[in-house]
Design a protein around this ligand. Structure first.
Ligand code: PLP
Length: 444
């Protein structure tokens, strides 16, 4: 019985329940980021190690959420601990520029084939700054984004992120003036015509198209053949910039999505996994664009930008942990998961589809793989809920939501992957039998 799944969750997480009841008095929704909440209350975590985390009730989970994709180095990676501990002895913030920042900028410039780099602390800041830079460079106002793509928690891009109603324009938060969103146009992922239509109707005022080059906030939906090429062609014809928001993808292939698809966006943004679990984001791009940053030109500042701890963590991550060999290893593990899910679907004769890109992948209870956000909403989400809570109960955090994906780390083991597959077999079997009709809410 499905209700048993939820009662099992509640009986295993009594201490989380008590903390939640206290937390909602002080923290809206009992959490510090809306995405961390789920019904009936979320688990509260104590610690992590390698591929695992532990909650306040002492439950152990094999973790494939990994800080929403921020921790491919794994929890408490010894290399990060060693280097960061040493760096901390020399202060966590120096005010003026830390001398090693240039080394990190050079590494990023070479690895991701970008001319110049600026650092901020979060993905939200990176996308916010990128929009301003694009506007300054093109002297135009309008932005095109895609439905289902998430670019952080600032006003300009908070539209049609995960609307639960089928409407063309749905603000993803209260409190955003209509005038602000009037400059943000929404296109459909994998539908070049929808981009073309917007570009043609506002051809003199489009400053940029911003995208997650592999969409990872609506499951995991790669661009279809020629879709990216179509956008680059349009950008040349209509003189707008192409911005790759690689906050998730940047650390998921050795040289990110731009390397994988062998394209050269005007600006790329990265965060999450590239700094081994510390807050650091990258705004990078072509020299003539990046050189617009400066006094009397484009503003970019931040007290914690490129603080020594984040710089060292990122340096160690990129030079010693997320190496080409590491990507090979994560690919092997993730491929094993993908094949495991395909076998489960065949064995149990369930309509279940899988998409994967390097260390990340996603499953959908559906006859077809979704091509865009609207198609994702048509998948059988109540069955996904049954699967999700069954996985939690059996000690696996498979992914953070029906619009998220799994990520493997360099510290996961083959045995942990095997355990994931075994538990997934039972969870998918339950999902085949029953649907858990929880209320869907927009994360914002
Ligand atoms: C693609 C993408 N861009 C931007 C962001 C915002 O990053 P942050 O949460 O570090 O502000 C996220 C966060 O999930 C993201 O997935």
């Amino acid at each position: 019985m499905v209700t048993d799944i939820l009662s099992e969750y509640v009986s295993k997480t009594q201490k989380s329940k008590i903390i939640f009841e206290e937390a909602i008095k002080y923290l809206p929704l009992g959490v510090s980021s809306n995405y961390r909440f789920f019904d009936p209350y979320p688990i509260y975590l104590v610690k992590g190690n390698g591929g695992r985390v532990w909650d306040v009730d002492g439950n152990e989970y094999i973790d494939f959420i990994l800080g929403f994709g921020a921790l491919e180095v794994g929890h408490a990676n010894p290399k990060i601990i060693n280097e960061v501990t040493k760096a901390l002895q020399d202060s966590s913030i120096l005010g003026f520029e830390y001398y090693k920042t240039v080394e990190l900028a050079k590494i990023i410039s070479k690895r991701y084939n970008v001319d110049m780099v600026r650092f901020s602390s979060t993905g939200t800041e990176a996308t916010m700054h990128a929009i301003r830079i694009a506007r300054a460079y093109t002297k135009r106002k309008k932005i095109i984004k895609f439905e289902g793509h998430y670019h952080g928690s600032h006003d300009q891009l908070l539209i049609n992120i995960n609307p639960m109603v089928q409407k063309d324009r749905v603000p993803s938060s209260l409190g955003i003036p209509e005038e602000t969103l009037s400059n943000t146009l929404v296109a459909e992922w994998n539908n070049l015509e929808s981009v073309e239509k917007l570009v043609k109707s506002q051809s003199n005022d489009i400053c940029c198209v911003i995208m997650e080059p592999v969409a990872m906030n609506m499951g995991l939906i790669p661009p279809e053949k020629d879709f990216l090429k179509g956008i680059f062609d349009l950008s040349k014809e209509y003189n707008f910039l192409v911005i790759f928001d690689e906050v998730k993808t940047g650390g998921k292939m050795y040289s990110g999505a731009l390397g994988y698809y062998n394209v050269k966006p005007d600006i790329i943004l990265m965060a999450k996994s590239i700094a081994g679990g510390f807050p650091l984001s990258v705004i990078a791009g072509k020299r003539e664009i990046m050189e617009l940053i400066g006094p009397n030109k484009v503003a970019h500042g931040g007290t914690f930008n490129a603080n020594p701890i984040s710089v060292i963590a990122s340096y160690v991550t990129l030079t010693q942990i997320l190496t080409e060999n590491a990507f090979y290893y994560m690919e092997t593990l993730s491929d094993r998961l993908e094949r495991g899910y395909r076998d489960i679907a065949d064995d149990l004769d369930v309509d279940l589809k899988v998409t994967r890109w390097g260390p990340s992948g996603m499953i959908y209870f559906s006859k077809e793989v979704p091509r865009n956000y609207k198609e994702l909403l048509k998948t059988d989400i109540p069955r996904w809920f049954t699967y999700f809570y069954s996985m939690l109960n059996s000690g696996i955090l498979p992914m953070a939501g029906f619009n998220e994906q799994w990520t493997v780390s360099v510290m996961h083991t083959k045995e942990e992957i095997q355990k994931h597959i075994e538990k997934a077999y039972d969870a998918v079997k339950k999902a085949k039998e029953e649907r858990l009709n929880l209320k869907l809410f927009e994360a914002f």
